[in-house]
Design a protein around this ligand. Structure first.
Ligand code: ADP
Ligand code: MG
Ligand code: MG
Length: 935
């Protein structure tokens, strides 16, 4: 008869008998898998066993009772094996076995259950342990820790209630540190703890070790779905895990006296990546998390580290040596052993490790190893160093660095010593990374004016709005007292790459008096302040900054990324300055040059408004006279003389506006083409609805009327007539170019004339919002004629590609037709998402958050491309487009172009390039390389 195989829930670890491996993280959790691996390697790991994440999964599926019953036989068997291996017995003398119960998912995750140490203590084992060690103080110290941890972690007794009693005893008996507590003090603490426990739980503290153990295991599984843990997984995008594993491990004691200690260490410096020495801290006579809990000042592991630490703390060598000696000095033999383990682990894992260790009476034990968390700076340094050390390959190095983290490296930062000295006034939200120092100004206009006079300014506002753009661009940093990480200030600042601290609630701005108050300090206009956009800190006065270094390890990683990526990376930029920045960051061209921004700057808006004012009249005249072009209209009107006088005025104004705009646009393009030095540039023709260019308040309308020499009512009427219920689906994009062909013509002319001027320019003219191939055909004919006209006038061949943005679902589905006219496609995934999902970009904020929380959409589709839906449209049009035109060039220019997951998608569906804002270019380069390497 075949025996029913039960599932294996429990994996033993200890020496060569270990059943786990580091590759089994999904099943055993990171901690369990690596404990098994270290034990296999022959490192001194206290033996124990791991209950799998599958058990945790079933805990929720079949219920805790059934699951606990199912694992019991296996746990008991593992306990037997453990007793045999250690020569100790669980719950009995003469050598009682004590255990720790530790949670550990595949991804390290604060927020889940804390560890319980010293499990298995009860009156019998306490007695036996005292006899065995002759150290009653140590046993009582372990016991009071156990009651507190078990009570707090497993039974939910308020942590504070225990701390309160401990403090009371310390105070009454005048003890400063935990280590000052005498045996008698500890006994008093234990008495009080038991009282607290009983009061809160309603039962006496459990004495049955098995009951203690199972309650601990149960609590770990239960903690997987506590709100803190769920929130943490959400925030960190941790998905697809079964649950947490539980590690039950033989205790070793760092608190058994002055020849014992516990510590944590990194095999390389997690903040700089240096590995001149071993980075870590330890405490003598301590247990568990004492080191990180800050109850005593931890000491450094190496002598070198210890001396540097003392120097920074302004502690003399004499005091250091006597009060805070390094492990290297205090226990040289153990130090040597630990240092060898460091080298061994790095060689084995080929990765920087973060380890926990304990020394019990001079014997070293390893309690944990895992991939160490690090700053972006350390990440690139470690990855490139490890290639040099032949620990990893170039490809592995490229995969080691998180693309999003690179952002930290692209902005100026404070000189640490200078920042340490500065007076921090408050801390707001770290809305846009980098560091800035400048003089406080409280208005956008002032920011521009001060900047023009050569000042370096920080714009301080309650919040910002679109009118402040100019001032924001002129500022070295932006501070707001209201608004969150997605406030206008935060979003715009990140786009500009300008440092921003948002929502600093302690800041009270008084615009009228041109000053602000922050926690009792007054900052007047012109006073120097500094912002750290990576931490949110606001400082009084100047703090020294250094520019980011794009060479060194960063440069090396970028070079490697370029070597392995297949996707091109361009930038979205519409000024020569942004273009230059992007080129410095490695952009291979411009994927989206928006031209409307150019219409807003300075006096240009006047010319453009003049054009809008008469555009409709001119169009009507053309219809009346049955002519297509402006020249024909002019000729007809001139012929009929007087009656067309007003028509002639409108035509004249229209032409004048176009004539004013042409050289300005040409100048913009010339600057951009120069900054590009022969790289291609996709220019998008006018896109937004005209309404956006007009003043909406009566003051603004009055002013416009004055400049245009018409009555304010005329302007109001114009604004009203252009009002649309749904402007995003209204008269915009190529629909404008079809109605007002002169604008397309003027823009094309400006592009071509600039191209004729700057040798090597590679303009690509992009028609926006095409949904039907005939729209494109219409615009293309106009563009082709204009190019020919310029070529003739300049006696020069101008190489221009003509293509379209794919952003209307109809265009995506008829891409084969569109490709017969278009020489390139660029996916405008912002609009494609809006129209593809039917989510208004401006209104979706109201519900998208909830959609993501409920899992209806995995991510906000405006941030991470919705691959299933919108991505399908992209894929379909790539296929159709390439079928119709083999050499069709295809890119993406939506916000998604700089988002790593979306970049990976673009690689997979065979786009030629992605385009993103300048500061995301390095991120996209690295993400593209990773996509190519992951396949
Ligand atoms: P975390 O995941 O929060 O780091 P751990 O499970 O690693 O929690 O446990 C916290 C601390 O408890 C560790 O730093 C270690 O020093 C201590 N600890 C855990 N298990 C044992 C053990 N068997 N013996 C001694 N100390 C232990
Ligand atoms: Mg912890
Ligand atoms: Mg740990």
């Amino acid at each position: 008869m075949a025996k029913k195989r039960t599932k294996k829930y429990v994996y033993y670890f200890g020496g060569k008998q270990s059943e786990g491996r580091s590759q089994m993280k999904l099943l055993l959790g990171g901690k369990g898998a690596n404990l098994a691996e270290m034990a296999q390697l022959g490192l001194p790991v206290p033996p124990g066993f791991t209950i799998t994440t599958e058990a945790c999964d079933e805990y929720y599926k079949i219920g805790r009772k059934k699951l606990m019953a199912a694992i019991k036989p296996q746990v008991n068997a593992a306990l037997k094996k453990l007793e045999k291996a250690t020569g100790k017995t669980f719950g009995k003398g003469p050598k009682p076995l004590l255990m720790s119960v530790r949670s550990g998912a595949a991804v390290s995750m604060p927020g889940m259950m804390d560890t319980v140490l010293n499990l298995g203590l009860n009156p019998d084992t306490i007695k036996a342990l005292i006899e065995l060690t002759g150290n009653e103080r140590f046993v009582m110290d372990s016991y009071r820790r156990f009651i507190q941890m078990f009570g707090d972690v497993v039974m939910g007794v308020a942590h504070h209630d225990f701390e309160h009693e401990l403090d009371a005893v310390k105070k009454a008996r005048k003890r400063k540190l935990d280590t000052d507590l005498t045996l008698d003090d500890l006994k008093e603490v234990i008495r009080r703890y038991k009282r607290v426990y009983k009061k809160s739980v309603g039962k006496a503290f459990p004495t049955d070790p098995k009951e203690q153990l199972y309650a601990g295991v149960d609590a770990v599984f239960g903690s997987w779905k506590n709100p803190r843990a769920i929130k943490y997984r959400q925030l960190n995008d941790i998905r697809g895990l079964l649950g947490t594993a539980v590690n039950c491990q033989t205790m070793v004691f760092g608190n058994s006296g002055d020849n014992s200690a516990t510590g944590v260490a990194f095999t390389r410096d997690p903040s700089t990546g240096e590995h001149k020495y071993f980075y870590g801290e330890y405490l003598i006579n301590a247990q568990g998390e004492d080191v990180v809990a800050g109850i005593r000042t931890p000491q450094q592991i190496t002598l070198k580290g210890s001396r540097e630490w003392a120097k920074a703390q302004k502690i003399s060598e004499k005091v250091r040596k006597t009060e805070y000696p390094s492990l290297q000095e205090l226990m040289p033999r153990v130090f040597k052993q630990l240092d060898n383990i460091r080298i061994r682990l790095e060689k084995h894992y080929r990765e920087m490790q973060d380890v926990e260790f304990t020394i019990e009476d001079g014997t070293l034990y390893m309690l944990q190893t895992r991939t160490g968390k690090r700053t972006a700076k350390a990440a690139v340094k470690i990855a490139t160093d490890m290639v040099k050390e032949k620990l990893i390959t170039e490809k592995q190095a490229v995969l080691r660095v998180d693309p999003d983290a690179l952002d930290q490296l692209l902005h100026p930062v404070f000189v640490k010593a200078s920042e340490d000295k500065a007076r921090c006034l408050t801390v707001g939200l770290p809305a846009s990374p980098g560091a800035a120092t400048g003089q406080a100004v409280f208005g956008a206009d002032e920011a521009e004016a001060w900047k023009a006079k050569g000042h370096q300014v920080i714009l301080c506002r309650t919040e910002t709005s679109p009118e402040d753009i100019g001032g924001m661009a002129a500022s070295a940093g932006i501070l707001t007292s209201r608004g969150g990480m997605t406030s206008h200030a935060a979003v715009v600042a990140r786009g500009m790459g300008t440092c921003c601290v948002a929502g600093a609630g302690d800041v009270q701005i008084n615009y009228a008096a041109r000053k602000m108050a922050v926690n009792g300090v007054t900052v007047k206009q012109g006073d120097w302040i500094s912002l750290n956009g990576s931490t949110g800190a606001l400082y009084l006065g100047k703090v020294d900054t250094v520019d980011p270094s794009l060479t060194g390890p960063f440069g090396t990683i970028m070079k490697l990324a370029d070597k392995y990526r297949k996707l091109g990376v361009r930038t979205n930029a519409d000024t020569p300055h942004d273009t230059a920045v992007a080129v410095k960051f490695g952009a291979e061209g411009i994927g989206l040059c928006r031209t409307e921004h150019m219409f807003f700057e300075g006096d240009r808006i006047v010319s453009f408004r003049r054009l809008i004012l008469v555009a409709e009249s001119v169009k009507k005249l053309k219809e009346q006279h049955g002519v297509e072009t402006l020249e024909d209209l002019e000729r007809t009107c001139r012929k009929c003389g007087k009656s067309c006088a007003s028509a002639m005025t409108a035509i004249k104004q229209y032409k004048q506006a176009l004539a004013e705009l042409l050289p300005l646009q040409r100048k913009d393009f010339t600057g951009i083409f120069r900054a590009l030095k022969g790289r291609p540039c996709t220019v998008r023709l006018l896109d937004p609805p005209l309404h956006e260019f007009l003043p909406h308040d009566s003051a603004g309308q009055k002013e416009m009327a004055k400049i245009m020499k018409v009555k304010p009512a005329r302007i109001k009427q114009l604004v009203d007539s252009l009002h649309e219920f749904n402007p995003m689906l209204g008269h915009r994009g190529c629909r404008l170019g079809i109605t007002y062909p002169e604008v397309t013509e003027m823009q094309t002319r400006a592009i071509c004339e600039a191209a004729a001027k700057v040798k090597g320019s590679k303009p690509e003219i992009m028609v926006p919002l095409v949904g039907n191939v005939k729209e494109l055909a219409n615009q293309k004919a106009l563009i082709v004629d204009t190019i020919a006209a310029v070529e003739k006038a300049k006696k020069k061949k101008i190489n221009v590609l003509i293509g379209t943005m794919i952003e209307v679902p109809r265009a995506a589905m008829t891409a084969d037709e569109i490709a017969t006219e278009a020489e390139f496609f660029s996916f405008g995934t912002n609009d494609l998402t809006q129209m593809g999902c039917g989510f208004s970009r401006d209104d979706a904020g109201k519900f998208l958050g909830e959609y993501v929380e409920r899992g209806i959409f995995e991510y906000d589709p405006f941030q991470v491309l919705d691959q299933k839906g919108v991505g399908r449209l992209v894929e379909t049009s790539v296929e159709l487009g390439k079928k119709a035109r083999k050499d069709l060039k295809i890119g993406i220019c939506g916000e998604h172009g700089g988002e790593p997951k979306s970049v990976e998608f673009c690689h997979r569906v065979g786009l030629n390039y992605v385009s993103c804002s300048p500061f995301r270019v390095p991120i996209a380069r690295l993400a593209a390389a990773q996509a190519a390497l992951r396949k």
